[in-house]
Design a protein around this ligand. Structure first.
Ligand SMILES: [Mn+2]
Length: 357
């Protein structure tokens, strides 16, 4: 990795990323230590010479899988010594105010002494928006795992199963296909619960005529997918069908707008305009999508509240929904890669017909 670009753009002599009391995902972004290792208390140091990883002997085997120089410590004083050495001659040090706890920062300042510390959290956010090939491939794999699982979930829906049981099955099926973790706590909502966009799961039993809304994702080598599918258990009513096909059309409209140069804001505005032209006016109560990557909400995505000029290499979710309190909700979500002249959809579970289980 060429560190010069980062140092120049942030206008600093070095960058210090501390995976300390708070996890800092930028540690993984820079080191690409993505296959095992927790690296708690580890540092990534970017200088003109490249990237150094400072970590404990506990992580030695994991750290050696990477491409960067690894400096190992056994004791706290060795750790401090390595840190001082790695940052010798750096006057201006870029740090991440977004992740660094005040306590950790105070400790670091004690170790490193009088320097000019500069918050580079905004720059970090910008750099992470455009995914490189390695990152895209990991999100693609995370998307594949989630999509395959979404497609087989109807097999496990039976009368009386509880939301948390079905959520457990979903997790098992993802892990079986190579997920290292959930991207986030699964939303498994039956019936009226599907009207709550951020419902989690509970002991509600599945019964005929229920919507089954599942919003979930796989984490694969630290990169995430995020997908939502909505089914009906049993025969769907006309109203359920109308909701489903309205959301589906809105989602397809959103995806069709995505390409380099488009403002994410306009995608949200158009998707909502469409929903508001139907009987479900005002029922889409969240924005159309968000950025996706090492974090599930990686950056601003498709929101009427914010400008985001889409660029090739960004990955965003497209997830319109309509919600009717007491009745239920429908959301359909896919992850898409922005390209010069369109979008590549990275999650591909069936959606074109409402599935009646
Ligand atoms: Mn999402």
């Amino acid at each position: 990795m060429n560190t010069k670009k980062y140092l120049e753009e942030a206008n600093v002599d070095s960058i210090l990323i501390y995976n300390g009391s708070n996890e800092d995902l930028n540690f993984y972004y820079f080191t690409r230590l993505l296959e095992g290792g927790i690296f708690e208390g580890s540092f990534a140091v970017l200088t003109d010479d490249g990237i150094k990883v400072i970590t404990s002997i506990l992580e030695e085997e994991s750290a050696k899988k990477g491409k960067h120089e690894v400096l190992l410590y056994r004791t706290a004083s060795e750790r401090e010594e390595l840190l001082r050495k790695a940052l010798k001659g750096s006057n201006t040090i870029g740090v991440n105010y977004n992740a660094l706890s005040v306590r950790d920062f105070e400790k670091l300042k004690k170790i490193l002494g009088e320097r000019d510390y500069k918050d580079i959290s905004e720059k970090l956010g910008e750099w992470r928006m455009i995914k490189d090939e390695e990152e895209i491939n990991l999100i693609r794999e995370a998307g594949k795992i989630a999509s395959e699982v979404a497609d087989i979930m109807p097999n496990f829906m039976k009368e009386g199963i509880r939301e948390y049981e079905l959520a457990a099955r979903l997790g098992y099926e993802m892990f079986k296909r190579g997920a290292e973790d959930f991207a986030f706590t699964t939303i498994m909502a039956f019936g009226e619960h599907s009207a709550e966009p951020h419902y989690l799961s509970g002991d509600r039993k599945l019964k005929k005529g229920d919507f089954v809304l599942m919003d979930f994702g796989a984490r694969y080598h630290h990169y995430n997918s995020d997908t939502t599918r909505t089914f009906v258990f049993g025969r769907a009513s006309e109203k359920q069908k109308n909701m489903y096909y309205t959301v589906l059309e809105a989602q397809k409209l959103g995806i069709s707008m995505i390409r380099e140069g488009v403002n994410g804001k306009d995608v949200d505005i158009e998707v909502k305009k469409f929903i508001d032209s139907t009987e479900f006016k005002g029922r889409m109560i969240h924005s159309t999508g968000h950025g996706l990557g090492l974090a599930v909400h990686d950056h601003v995505g498709l929101s009427s509240q914010m400008d985001l000029i889409l660029k090739e290499g960004m990955v965003v979710t497209v997830e319109p929904g309509v919600y009717i309190p007491g009745f239920g909700g429908v959301r359909i979500e896919d992850d898409v890669l922005v390209k010069k002249d369109g979008a590549e959809v990275l999650t591909f579970a069936k959606k074109d017909e409402l599935i009646e289980v």
